[in-house]
Design a protein around this ligand. Structure first.
Ligand SMILES: CC(C)(COP(=O)(O)OP(=O)(O)OC[C@H]1O[C@@H](n2cnc3c(N)ncnc32)[C@H](O)[C@@H]1OP(=O)(O)O)[C@@H](O)C(=O)NCCC(=O)NCCS
Length: 507
């Protein structure tokens, strides 16, 4: 008896385990549907038998008991099985991708390690932040403001471009004459500020950089202005009929913000030109997309960010960057490779943080500020360059105004003229390298070609990353090239600048 009992019990248990195993494999969906089935079957059978009102409490009690049984059975099955086939969260096959906590951890670690660096810096150098020194960066002589004068003079070049376009629209200038006037105008725009910065001693490097930057932006804008107006003329002469339909402006036509739509040559006005000069874009358009109104809170937030980041950039440069750069001069002079590498890595952190702040302060805060003020609708000043898995993606996405200009006024025209993609890309990078060198060398009054070479090096780097590194590795390569590449260039320029100053002082 005992044996048979034991066997029977075992068999019963085995059957139960089997049943549980079956149901477990179908859980959780089937667990629910089985209960639902059973209750529906009960409901059906109650209908079929057509029992009266008096039998209902009995039925309810019965269904209650069966659902309790069902519940008990599923409780037991849950107790018996606690495993299922599944991947660990950190393996890629799990499909898990919520790393918000890890990101927070990174931020906390970053703050903590930088707080330590900050304290160490304070203890070693004391407070070096000096707001008055900032003024001296712009002005050497309080009675001589060459940089500001040059910026005012730049308006003359804008007026020349407008005048030329008006003459072209009236037919007073031929296309060739107009083209020559534009070329001369732009050539003077690039050489005049450079000559003044190089020859007038009272221009400081920062003042010089501001002037040269302003003139470069303006010349790119005027080039775009020339091109777009020329395209309008081409359209009107070649497809006169079609144009009368596509570019004509019926009186009722309005843009998004309720502004009237202009058409060529109605756009050749001082007002339109001033708007383009101030707008945060390098590419001209007859009718820019406009936002409906100015959001004051948005404007104030961007203004606050601009002021905050400017202060922070200046403060961190004085407190953090300059001491490291100064301490790097000796290893650079002695060509002490291990110390040079150590200083380079030390400089990489503040340099990178300042660059990120500059990116946010310039491309987000100040560009959005001017766009909001001018109700300029296209706010795509950058795209997600931080996800770049290739160098090409980075250059396509980090500075959209420049990339757009390069594509519209240089790269695509070259492609249309039959140049190959690689030649056109190289030409764009060559032009970009020229402007990078121009913007650094002229204010520092020395020509070393570090910026030029850095930009040209992007082509082989792009090829290497595109060929050998993909996905996360590609992204890491882009970050490393940004984090390490920039301080190398900074150290080179600063070293050469210090050496030059030293030689001049000795003379
Ligand atoms: C060189 C550069 C312009 C190449 O850009 P890209 O996006 O890789 O170029 P692509 O070959 O993919 O083509 C871009 C466009 O040209 C078009 N195109 C390609 N071949 C074409 C052809 N034969 N004719 C006409 N258009 C063509 C494409 O359709 C594409 O058009 P879309 O933008 O409307 O989609 C870009 O890398 C760049 O801007 N580099 C410099 C950036 C820089 O110096 N920035 C300074 C920041 S400080």
């Amino acid at each position: 008896m005992g044996d048979s009992d034991a066997t029977g019990g075992l068999a019963l248990r085995r059957r139960a385990t089997f049943a549980v195993g079956k149901s477990a494999s179908l859980l959780p969906m089937n667990g629910k549907s089985a209960a639902a089935c059973e209750s529906s079957v009960t409901a059906d059978s109650s209908k079929d038998h057509g029992q009266g009102k008096r039998d209902r409490p009995l039925e309810t009690a019965r269904s209650k008991t069966s659902s309790e049984k069902q519940q008990r059975r599923s409780d037991v099955s849950e107790r018996l099985s606690c495993h299922k086939t599944q991947e660990s969260l950190l393996s890629s096959a799990s499909g898990f991708n919520n790393y918000r906590g890890i990101l927070n951890w990174c931020v906390v670690m970053l703050v903590l390690s930088n707080a330590r660096l900050f304290l160490e810096n304070l203890l070693r150098y004391g407070v070096l932040v000096d707001p008055i020194q900032v003024i001296s960066l712009f002005l050497k002589d309080p009675y001589s403001w060459p940089a500001a004068c040059l910026v005012i003079v730049s308006n003359a070049f804008v007026l020349v471009a407008l005048y030329t376009e008006r003459q072209l629209s009236k037919g007073s200038f031929t296309e060739l004459v107009g083209f020559l006037v534009h070329c001369i105008n732009m050539a003077i725009m690039l050489t005049l500020p450079a000559a003044v910065v190089l020859l007038v001693p009272s221009v400081t490097p920062v003042g010089g950089a501001f002037v040269v930057g302003t003139y470069t932006i303006l010349s790119l804008k005027l080039y775009s202005y020339k091109d777009v107006n020329m395209w309008c003329r081409e359209l009107s002469s070649v497809k006169a009929k079609k144009l009368s339909r596509s570019l004509s402006c019926p009186s009722a036509q309005h843009l998004n913000g309720g502004d009237r739509k202009v058409c060529y040559p109605g756009n050749l006005t001082i007002r339109d030109m001033c708007y383009f000069v101030c707008a945060p874009t390098l590419c001209y358009e007859l009718n820019f997309p406009r936002s409906a109104n100015i959001r004051m809170s948005f404007l104030m937030r961007r203004l606050f960010e601009m002021l905050f980041f400017t202060q922070l950039l200046v403060g961190l440069t004085q407190q953090w960057m300059i001491p490291i750069i100064q301490s790097s001069m000796k290893p650079l002079e002695d060509m002490d490779l291990s110390r040079m590498t150590e200083r380079l890595l030390r400089l990489a952190v503040p340099n990178h943080l300042l660059w990120l702040m500059f990116f946010y302060g310039f491309f987000h805060s100040s560009m959005n500020f001017s766009a909001e003020l001018l109700r300029f609708g296209d706010r795509q000043f950058y795209k997600d360059w931080w996800n770049s898995e290739s160098v090409t993606y980075f250059w396509q996405n980090w500075n959209i105004p420049v990339h757009k200009w390069c594509l519209r006024h240089f790269y695509k025209p070259l492609l249309r003229r039959g140049f190959s993609k690689i030649v056109s890309q190289s030409a764009v990078f060559f032009l970009s390298a020229f402007f990078h060198e121009y913007l650094v060398s002229v204010p520092l009054r020395m020509f070393r070609l570090w910026a030029f070479m850095g930009m040209m090096a992007q082509l082989p780097l792009a090829w290497f990353v595109g060929r050998f590194l993909h996905g996360t590795y590609g992204n890491a390569a882009v970050w490393i090239s940004i984090i390490i590449g920039q301080p190398i260039a900074v150290l080179m320029y600063v070293h050469d600048y210090y050496v030059l100053q030293h030689i001049q002082e000795a003379d």
